[in-house]
Design a protein around this ligand. Structure first.
Ligand code: ANZ
Ligand code: ZN
Length: 806
């Protein structure tokens, strides 16, 4: 080793090793190798003009530790990166500046790629993808065509969510609390011709297959709730003097005897059909017109005052007992859930209760709590009362009994409903994948033939959304006017584009075979790499991206394109990095930490170690510049330890034991993504090693460097060379701890009182002073000797004895 030990200078060694790793293709994954495969995936970023945020690096660094460790442990690791590059910001930027989205996007990609390389992230760049590349788009469009072919993409004129600020339609998943998920503007309702994907056809499987996944419980729960399976029955109420029925959906057939009125959604088709029979039809029409304008969220809000209008002259008949009840329209009933009609049971449903109170409708209790009296409304289970022949039955049992009894006269049927709605898939914007369909006067809607894919976006001058519900593409005659693929006659292209979620719904498959011109992914490669073994990303995608990708994956499974039912076997979400002030980092607050600055000042290894050490991986934690300096210091001390001890030939048994324990801890912590405790273990080890430098031999240093390499790759590569090796540290095998060494070694401590031996206790060889004294004190014999005399002094001689002076 060099006598003139140089100082640790990350700014010099980091670029050097990055260049070297690129030269030796250190991170390239061969498609087939004798090794077991490991596919670890990061959620790919949107190439924003602001570049990456330190928050991005927390997830990337974590998954990079896993990738590097798995490679050392003998796995063939696929660790790719790409760009989710369609979307509104690039388009809005184009509107402002006139710079083509493609140009600004590519510039942003270049910058972000530089940042990723700067951080030493070990991506296989030979597999880089970009969702806006025409060769990539081709396959996104191909999937759409297959969906269309199978009847899973359809045109609809139903009212949809519309963002007046983004001037485009939105999917239900993109509206959070009534606001546009993108820009925060209040979403509106708008009738618009739309392309919709039948995700509901997969509702059951999307729910059932959550079962075998290793995902955070919280995200599984969110997906379950979003899919919202609800089991119940449809029950038919005859309309008096009218040859028609009202079909209601209820999850509580057991409460049927408590139904005192019926409610139709304002948009329900019966409202129009009954018009002539409704005495107050003008009042009803007025109410319906207002309700149609309201957003669903507002209508079903529990705090909002309930409103409705009675359909005068209309009477419905309860199929159980022939009881006649009034019929209402009220906007708290939604047209697109269940059957769009309900039987109201005010005694046992809070919404019905509020409504009945307001309009003075009858309330009949039919479920008595198993114990005690019920307070209205009582929504729990219990025993049936006021229910004729069903009295005394348990309500859970009564659900089935009543449904079966009604079914005998075809008055009811068991059914299942889902909250999940079909996916509104078209957007009225420029910067997205064109939907590969044409409209022909003669043939109707015709698919572009596969060999004509991709349908490319035309270059345009104006990117402004029209706001009329047409995409800017509609104004480009040369592009819009085309020949019908079927009859060759005049036809017009579909001008809607796909939502930003399209490209990310299958990107993980394209990394497997990014260059393939003949198919989306070759079968043998797909079989080799899928499923993704570890997927790391932000929790904000809990429903949107993860649900859409699972849907497309299942569809591709049915097509035989993929071999696994689910795409992402194990998922972990990253807690966000807050600013030093505990607030969310944002440009407007001026509290954003720029990763470039951190790397420039402290080095990439420090950035990595700091972000991994800052706290549990999945929790939100505030940035701390002091702690960044702490991490920098830690690496400097590692550097110095190697410099100081590399000449020592032999390690002591004690330090060997420490090193093997560290080995065991780091390996198991990486497995559990507990990076913070792994680094804490390095720090403890370092403290001990520094205190016992002449016991630290070269073998110990080597083990430490190998273990730390996935976390701080550059410094470890440099130290590995300094320890005398030419081959990269990442080509070495991940060290295994020696089982014997990690066993707790026990020793016997002598316990004295006033210098006289009174007891012997067995303790761990590494016991610390405080613990040794505490254990000695708790010995029964010692307690007897001490009694209630005060202890004047406690002496501990390491590994040998404790003496109490009393
Ligand atoms: C009678 C009843 C009695 C109900 C009772 C509940 C409690 P989930 O779990 O969300 O599926 N409902 C049905 N269709 C509706 C619609 N289109 N708009 C608004 N509400 C609707 O809830 C199902 C329950 O929500 C159904 O069961 C129905 O009210 C109501 F003690 O029927 B219930
Ligand atoms: Zn035609």
């Amino acid at each position: 080793m060099d006598k003139n030990n140089s100082e640790y200078q990350p700014q010099i060694i980091e670029p050097k090793w990055q260049k070297r790793w690129e030269e030796i293709n250190a991170d390239v994954a061969p498609d087939f190798s004798g090794k077991p495969k490991f596919y670890n995936l990061d959620m790919f970023p949107y190439p924003s003009g602001a570049g990456l945020h330190v928050g991005h690096f927390k997830g990337y660094a974590a998954n990079d530790v896993v990738a590097r460790q798995k490679r050392m442990a003998g796995f063939n690791v696929l660790h790719p990166m790409g760009w989710d590059a369609f979307g509104l910001p690039a388009e809005n930027y184009a509107i402002k500046t006139g710079i083509q989205p493609e140009i600004s996007t590519n510039k942003n990609i270049e910058n972000i790629k530089r940042q990723m390389k700067m951080a030493g992230l070990s991506y296989d760049w030979s597999r880089e993808i970009n969702t806006t590349d025409s060769e990539y788009c081709k396959w996104t469009q191909w999937i759409f065509l297959k969906l269309f072919e199978k009847g899973l993409a359809y045109e609809s004129e139903l009212p949809i969510n519309w963002c007046p600020s983004c001037k485009t339609g939105l999917a239900n998943e993109e509206v959070a609390g009534g606001l546009c998920e993108r820009c925060g503007a209040k979403a509106e309702k708008k009738n618009l011709r739309q392309w919709v994907l039948k995700i509901t056809a997969y509702a059951d499987r999307l729910l059932a297959d959550l079962e075998g996944l290793d995902w955070p419980e919280k995200i599984i729960e969110m997906q379950k709730n979003w899919i919202g399976k609800s089991e119940g029955a449809e029950i038919k109420f005859k309309i008096k003097n009218f040859d028609s029925e009202i079909n209601v959906f209820t999850t509580r057939p057991d409460t049927l005897f408590g139904c005192t009125y019926i409610v139709l959604a304002p948009e329900h088709s019966l409202v129009a059909q009954l018009q002539e029979k409704i005495a107050n039809s003008q009042e009803v029409e007025k109410y319906v017109a207002v309700a149609k304008q309201k957003m669903d969220l507002e209508r079903i809000s529990e705090v909002k005052d309930k409103t409705g209008v009675c359909l005068e002259g209309i009477v419905a008949i309860n199929p159980t007992n022939g009881r006649e009840v009034s019929v209402w329209v009220a906007d708290y009933v939604l047209v697109n859930y269940g059957t769009g009609a309900i039987m109201a049971v005010p005694a046992h449903d809070a919404r019905d209760f509020d409504f009945a109170k307001k309009y003075d409708l009858e309330i009949i209790g039919v479920i008595k709590p198993r114990e005690g009296d019920s307070q209205l409304p009582y929504e729990g289970a219990g025993v049936l009362v006021n229910s004729d022949q069903f009295n005394g039955l348990d309500s859970l049992e009564a659900k089935t009994k009543i449904t079966e009894w009604l079914a005998l006269n075809s008055n009811a049927e068991k059914t299942v409903n889902f909250k999940l709605r079909d996916w509104v898939f078209s957007r009225q914007r420029y910067w997205g994948e064109p939907i590969p369909l044409v409209h022909c006067d003669k043939c109707g809607i015709v698919a572009v033939s596969e060999d004509q894919l991709p349908v490319r976006l035309p270059k345009v001058e104006k990117y402004q959304p029209t706001g009329t519900g047409e995409s800017p593409l509609a104004a480009i005659d040369e592009w819009v006017n085309t020949a019908c693929p079927k009859c060759g006659g005049k036809a017009k292209r579909e001008t809607n584009t796909m939502p930003q979620w399209a490209g990310s719904s299958w990107y993980y498959l394209r990394y497997i075979d990014p260059q393939n011109g003949n198919s989306l992914v070759a079968k043998d490669k797909e079989k080799h790499w899928m499923p993704v073994d570890l997927y790391v990303g932000g929790a904000e995608h809990a429903v949107l991206h993860l649900l859409y990708a699972r849907f497309w994956h299942k569809f591709l499974f049915d097509l035989g394109v993929v071999s696994t039912k689910e795409p992402f076997q194990k998922l972990r979400s990253i807690g966000i990095v807050l600013a030093e002030d505990g607030q969310k980092m944002s440009k407007s607050r001026g509290n954003v930490v720029n990763p470039d600055d951190i790397v420039k000042e402290y080095g990439a290894d420090t950035l990595r170690v700091y972000e991994l050490f800052m706290g549990p991986f999945d929790q939100a934690i505030a940035w701390s510049t002091d702690a960044v300096r702490g991490s920098r210091k830690f690496l400097g001390r590692i550097w110095n330890l190697v410099a100081d001890c590399a000449k020592n030939e032999k390690s002591s048994d004690e330090i060997l034991r420490h090193a093997h324990k560290l080995n065991q801890k780091v390996a198991s912590d990486i497995e559990q993504l507990k990076f913070n405790t792994a680094i804490a273990a390095f720090m403890e080890f370092l403290n001990f090693a520094e205190d016992n430098k002449n016991e630290v031999g070269k073998d110990i240093l080597e083990r430490m460097v190998l273990l730390l390499a996935p976390f701080a790759p550059h410094i470890c590569e440099e130290l590995w060379q300094k320890l005398g090796y030419n081959e990269s540290v990442f080509l070495q095998s991940w060290p295994k701890p020696d089982g014997e060494m990690t066993k707790e070694k026990e020793i016997e401590l002598i316990v004295q009182i006033n210098g006289k031996m009174r007891d012997k206790i067995k303790v761990s060889a590494d016991i610390a002073k405080q613990e040794a004294i505490a254990l000695a004190k708790s010995s029964e014999i010692v307690q007897k000797w001490i009694g209630n005399k005060p202890i004047k002094k406690e002496v501990y001689i390491k590994g040998r004895l404790v003496n109490f002076v009393i």
